[in-house]
Design a binder for this molecule. Structure first.
Ligand SMILES: Cc1cc2nc3c(=O)[nH]c(=O)nc-3n(C[C@H](O)[C@H](O)[C@H](O)COP(=O)(O)OP(=O)(O)OC[C@H]3O[C@@H](n4cnc5c(N)ncnc54)[C@H](O)[C@@H]3O)c2cc1C
Length: 360
């Protein structure tokens, strides 16, 4: 820890500002990305009484959950036996309001610079924000659905063909087909089968790449499975419904047609991190995301990455994992600018009565 940094911290803490052309606030922690993981990190930073700012590109918080699967039932977050995407983000938002956090939506971080021990976060709105530490929670960057490669389908998006579900009740009593075989497609088929008149799942393999229990639920449901099949063509019928021509994956001559009101494409998402690639500060990457150590710190001191934006051996891109990483990163960030603060702890922290000393 440099002396100049400690001096800077002391002065900044006393007056809350530094001198410059314009007086500027210095945040303890700037969190980039307002998905579930960034939201929880911001709450936890508030709980630890730090001066924190949360920056999010989109108009609303919630990341992939809000943008890609607001209606999906999430089963693997501690404390919720089953929760709808929007309800989970609403609960995180409520928790986030408990302590003061400066939240700026519609704010994309276009550059990150570091001078001495201070970061400058530059946004698309032209503002520059100074912070002692930065936690990147940008997920895998901007994302879009993987498109179906069938001629003419693009023209039918919004006219029966969907890549997103905003409200599941749009499909009440409809005949629907879902294309895909991953977690999300399987869960969506099971969920919609309760409200749709008929649900068909089309997948090019006989096996589904989903959680074991989700596959069991699917198999026990009334979802019709069309496997191993691909979609050869999609056309609009005179009555407005869609005719899907399906073929066996190994034999284009072995075809059958199904008529549905809606086709939901669920082939996953592709993302790109171009914005981050343009930053001046360039920490070591692991693939497209940031390589981090056990405290979620990148190889740039004071710069942390959590959630889908980070990678280490054994990492899984799950909400539960990112929610666990958030407090670790915040606590490690605090140790960077306030090494004497100690913690984290709570009033009833367990203390081991007898300490066993092991020499192995
Ligand atoms: C269809 C689907 C279903 C899923 N189901 C589950 C499930 O059931 N259970 C589970 O645990 N996980 C599930 N996941 C994975 C889960 O959604 C992710 O692990 C989780 O969203 C990661 O959260 P995050 O906050 O790290 O990133 P994200 O949710 O990706 O949020 C990142 C945020 O950062 C913002 N951002 C990006 N770049 C910038 C920038 N330069 N400046 C400012 N803001 C920026 C983005 O706009 C975004 O809001 C699913 C994913 C998908 C796609």
């Amino acid at each position: 820890m440099g002396v100049e940094f400690l001096f800077e911290r002391t002065v900044a803490q006393k007056i809350g500002f530094i001198e410059g052309n314009m007086a500027q606030e210095i945040y303890d922690i700037a969190i980039i990305g307002g998905g579930p993981v960034g939201m929880f990190a911001a709450f936890y930073a508030g709980l630890r009484d730090t001066k924190v700012i949360l920056l999010e590109s989109l108009a609303t918080l919630g990341g992939q959950v809000t943008s890609l699967y607001p209606e999906k039932t999430i089963l693997d977050v501690a404390g919720f036996s089953a929760t709808k995407g929007t309800d989970f983000i609403a609960a995180l938002s409520q928790q986030l309001q408990r302590f003061p956090v400066d939240i700026r939506t519609q704010t994309t971080v276009v550059n990150l610079e570091k001078s001495g021990n201070l970061f400058t976060v530059i946004t698309n709105n032209g503002t520059s924000i100074q912070a002692k530490t930065v936690i990147v929670a940008t997920g895998k960057g901007a994302f879009e659905p993987r498109k179906i490669q069938v001629a003419g389908v693009d023209n039918l998006v919004g006219q029966g063909v969907h890549y997103f579900i905003k409200n599941k009740h749009d499909f009440d009593n409809h005949h629907i087909a879902i294309a895909g075989g991953g977690d999300s497609a399987v869960d969506m088929a099971t969920m919609l089968s309760h409200i749709a008149a008929e649900t068909t799942l089309i997948h090019r393999r006989d096996n589904f790449r989903a959680m074991e229990q989700s596959v069991k639920t699917l198999m026990a449901s009334k979802v019709i499975r069309e496997t191993p099949k691909k979609i050869l063509s999609v056309s609009k019928q005179p009555d407005g419904r869609l005719k899907l021509r399906l073929a066996h994956v190994k034999d284009n001559q072995q075809v059958n047609d199904i008529i549905v009101n809606d086709l939901i494409i669920n082939y996953g998402f592709i993302s790109e991190n171009k914005t981050i690639q343009a930053w001046a500060v360039q920490p070591k990457l692991a693939g497209q995301v940031f390589a981090v150590n056990q405290t979620l710190e990148t190889n740039v001191p004071g710069l942390f990455a959590i959630g889908d934006a980070s990678h280490y051996i054994g990492k899984a891109d799950l909400i539960a994992i990112g929610l666990g990483e958030a407090p670790s990163a915040v606590n490690a960030a605090i140790r960077c600018f306030d090494p004497n603060r100690g913690g984290p702890g709570h009033s009833s922290s367990m203390v081991l009565k007898d300490t066993i000393v092991r020499n192995d």
